[in-house]
Design a protein around this ligand. Structure first.
Ligand SMILES: N[C@@H](CCC(=O)N[C@@H](CS)C(=O)NCC(=O)O)C(=O)O
Length: 207
């Protein structure tokens, strides 16, 4: 059986996938993609037609894109690693709810902030600035909602799940989120985990 293969770039959402692979203890190799143009080659588009990172190639040869889909697939394959609480538990429902909340809301908010000109057909700097201002408001609102659900220090209390790592990654993309004590405490605790800290460092994250 060959290793997992993770397509990644510094600063990207591949951080949480690398952290998951390290938490599991799975063997993996990394394919670093720095240039945007490399995301639009026929070879990469065959892996992920959306031309986005992260992408994970499984030992079976199957390829999965979308960060949360990858995390759920890894959790299903390695339930003993407890990336998420056990199937059927109320805690799992909460962890998955907030994972999906983040991928459906906070991640796209951040993309609007970082890639503002893509989100308007008005090429003026003012239009991009308006997109950014709204993205920041949405990030503030969505992080406040997430913070209100955190039992402390982690989402579910004393046990870290991959949902916490996902939250920490997104908080690093919107540093005002760190002004929320629930979020800054969660990030500090997440970074005490050596597997997460290694992935964080490899992705050249701050905090
Ligand atoms: N919904 C996707 C979003 C992936 C995404 O937008 N990734 C960014 C990096 S964090 C990317 O590949 N950006 C390159 C681009 O859009 O050109 C996921 O959760 O995996």
């Amino acid at each position: 059986m060959s290793d997992y293969r993770l397509y990644w770039r510094p600063g990207a959402g591949s951080m949480v996938v690398e952290a998951a692979l390290r938490l599991i203890g799975a063997a993996f190799e990394c394919v670093r993609i720095d240039e945007d143009s490399a995301l639009h080659t026929p070879k990469f588009l065959a892996l992920n037609p959306a031309g986005k990172i992260p992408v994970l190639e499984l030992p079976s040869g199957q390829v999965i894109a979308e960060s949360v889909a990858i995390l759920l697939a890894l959790d299903e394959t390695f339930p003993e690693a407890r990336l998420l609480p056990p199937h059927g538990s109320p805690a799992r429902n909460v962890a998955v709810q907030w994972l999906i909340f983040m991928t459906a809301n906070i991640y796209p908010d951040a993309l609007r902030l970082y890639y503002a000109p893509r989100h308007t057909d008005d090429a003026s700097p003012e239009a991009a600035d308006a997109i950014k201002r709204q993205a920041i408001k949405d990030l503030d609102r969505d992080f406040a909602q997430l913070a209100s659900a955190i039992s402390g220090p982690f989402l579910l209390g004393s046990t870290m799940t991959i949902t916490d790592v996902y939250a920490a990654m997104l908080a690093d993309w919107h540093r005002p989120a760190m002004d929320l004590p629930e979020i800054s405490d969660l990030v500090a605790q997440v970074l005490k985990n050596p597997a997460v800290a290694k992935a964080w460092h490899n992705h050249e994250y701050g905090c």
